[in-house]
Design a binder for this molecule. Sequence first.
Ligand code: XMP
Ligand code: MG
Length: 180
Amino acid sequence: MSSIQIKDLTFVPYISEPELLNAIDSLAQKINADYKGRKILFVGILNGVFMFASDLMKRIDLECEISFVKLSSYDGTHSTERVKQLFGLTESIEGKHVIILEDIVDTGLTIEGLYNDLMKQNPASLDVCTLLFKPEKYTKTTPIRYFAKTIGHAFVVGYGLDYDGFGRNIPSIYKLKTKN
Ligand code: XMP
Ligand code: MG
């Protein structure tokens, strides 16, 4: 596989589609076991989560619902330290078993904000599930119970993740090519 160009940046292959789907299979099996006997409300964070949410949900064999919020903290390839809520939940989550779905947890700013907001609404339980997790960049204490893969510092695109809105349609993950 070769590198791709998105706008001014070059990206190289990083995590293949079969590797992603294998990791999502294992994640779904864990959730199916841990949540046996409970109904799940997934709350997906748009835009980046749409592909992961779809592939994960197809592998959940428990009763479940899904709803979405739209948050944004990234500008180009850098976190902006401010999370904008572009739209939120319209239904009550009180008494529900909620799992937040995220495409990638980086510093943790986005997930911490949403986690604390949802906690105030008295869910029966609240967990975080992310496709990718950057533990070396994580600065928060919000528990990241479920993740499909950990990655280092790389900025990544594909499988829903974008660079300035583009690259979401790529079925696998590419990382930014470093200069050397
Ligand atoms: P924080 O720092 O709040 O960042 O944990 C999480 C949000 O930032 C976006 N993000 C990325 N998007 N490639 C992307 O396309 C990346 O490598 C990356 N790192 C963080 C993402 O939208 C997530 O919701
Ligand atoms: Mg993004």
